[in-house]
Design a binder for this molecule. Structure first.
Ligand code: ZN
Length: 431
């Protein structure tokens, strides 16, 4: 038997038992170790001994990003400082950034379940993993590397950017897996083709971190590089960092590590659970995290649970891709729109490139107008372009129920960056 990083549990009952033990431990640990948590729990009238079943989770108060900001620089720390071995922080201005402390066990746990990501993606120890994400306090490239080494594949710690070097490494080291942002993946795919080196490289899989890839981007990258699989790796600094789940090679949702955290999907307004399969806000409670445990932390990320069993047979439950942030929601003529919905509509239409922008303006008549700037495919004629514009407008109207003017632009004319691409431009004066 090759070494596995999957949990030993075989049934849902066993999983629930693991979760209940973890929940009891976490509430005890946070109550004993953090004055901020103790105050929060006391105010909510909950004592650690009150947690007797998983349903008691709902008695617990929520934690939000302001809890983490208020405690700057070391919020919700639940262990003495001599047990802290590392910090990471989310980027952002002082006062907005969140700093998270890790114990040695937290790092070990993170490494273990990150290795699980590579196993979920179907890697083998012969794989060579070119890690082209950032290393440092803001980004956790180191977790990609530690997970890779624990898994037993060969890490190539390349860091981000530097296309010359990346291409050289792909040829010289015959990397089979690339970890990078989706934007950088697209730049690299275009560079590989521009240089005509596709036959000399051995890349089979890409794992995208920190930024969700759009369907259109994935399609384009996959075509340009002839990849077998592409994965979006979820993760946020508050919850360890990247690697808290991954889709398997069937790509029917993201298996998440339910033996490390409990995921609730709640209505962001009422904070009550949504019916199974409906979209809501992800709320997480950690089960083993020592440095900064999370109790019902409101992530602001929107997704839904995927009911039923995955064809891969894994016991680990699945959530859908992140549909957007509840903060990123655009309110346009009283309709709630998430950029992910526009992306989803565009990805179902033939003849368009990989980039798009959503531009919102307020007209002289005081009404709001939406313009979609969409890249067309290379070599499309004027006649087809006109038909394409009305197809896009029609599908947006049909699927999102808003009217948008569509402007097609030349392939390659919208900005691509190695970091996150900005896609929503709200020029309305909301003052
Ligand atoms: Zn699966």
């Amino acid at each position: 038997m090759p070494r596995t990083f999957m949990p030993e549990i075989k049934t849902n009952e066993e999983l629930k038992q693991v979760q209940l033990e973890g929940l009891k431990w976490t509430v005890n640990h946070a109550y004993a170790g953090s004055t901020a948590y103790r105050k929060k729990l006391d105010e909510a009238g909950v004592k650690p001994g009150d947690i007797l079943s998983l349903d008691d989770l709902r008695k617990l108060p929520f934690t939000t990003s302001s809890d983490l900001q208020e405690g700057y620089p070391f919020p919700l720390l639940s262990v003495p400082f001599d047990q802290v071995v590392r910090i990471h922080a989310s980027s952002g201005t002082t006062g907005k950034r969140k700093v998270l402390c890790y114990t040695e066990k937290d790092i070990d746990d993170w490494t273990h379940f990150f290795a699980r990501c590579y196993e979920m993606a179907g890697l083998i120890p012969e794989d060579r993993v070119q890690i082209a994400v950032g290393y440092g306090v803001w980004t956790a490239g180191i977790s990609f590397q530690m997970g890779c080494e624990a898994f037993g594949a060969m890490a190539v710690p390349a860091g981000p950017g530097n296309m010359d070097m990346q291409c050289q490494f792909l040829i010289d080291f015959q990397s089979t897996v690339m970890c990078c942002t989706a934007s950088m993946g697209l730049l690299l795919a275009e560079e590989v083709n521009r240089r005509g080196i596709r036959d000399r490289i051995n890349l089979k899989k890409m794992i995208f971190g920190s930024e969700r890839s759009s369907d259109a981007m994935r399609k384009r990258i996959g075509e340009l590089l002839g990849l077998e699989h592409m994965f979006d790796i979820p993760g946020m600094t508050e919850l360890y960092g990247p690697g808290t789940g991954l889709d398997c090679t069937f790509h029917q949702g993201i298996h998440y590590w339910a033996d490390y955290y409990i995921l609730e999907i709640l209505d962001p307004d009422t904070l009550e659970p949504v019916p199974e399969g409906r979209t809501g806000e992800m709320v997480v409670t950690t089960l083993k995290k020592e440095g900064v445990p999370l109790i019902r932390y409101r992530t602001r990320d929107l997704t839904r649970m995927i009911p039923g069993e995955c064809p891969c047979g894994s016991i680990l439950p699945r959530h859908d891709r992140i549909l957007g942030r509840s903060d990123d929601m655009i309110i346009f003529r009283a309709v709630n729109i998430y950029p992910g919905q526009v992306d989803h509509v565009l990805s179902g239409i033939e003849g368009i490139g990989s980039e798009y922008q959503i531009v919102l303006e307020r007209g002289e008549d005081g009404r709001d107008y939406m313009m979609l700037r969409v890249e067309q495919e290379q070599g499309i004629d004027r006649e087809s372009a006109r038909a394409l514009s009305s197809t896009i407008a029609g599908e947006i109207k049909k699927q999102i129920m808003v009217s948008a003017r569509v402007e097609l632009v030349e392939y390659g004319s919208l900005p691509r960056s190695e970091r996150k691409s900005r896609r929503v431009f709200d020029n309305r004066d909301n003052s």
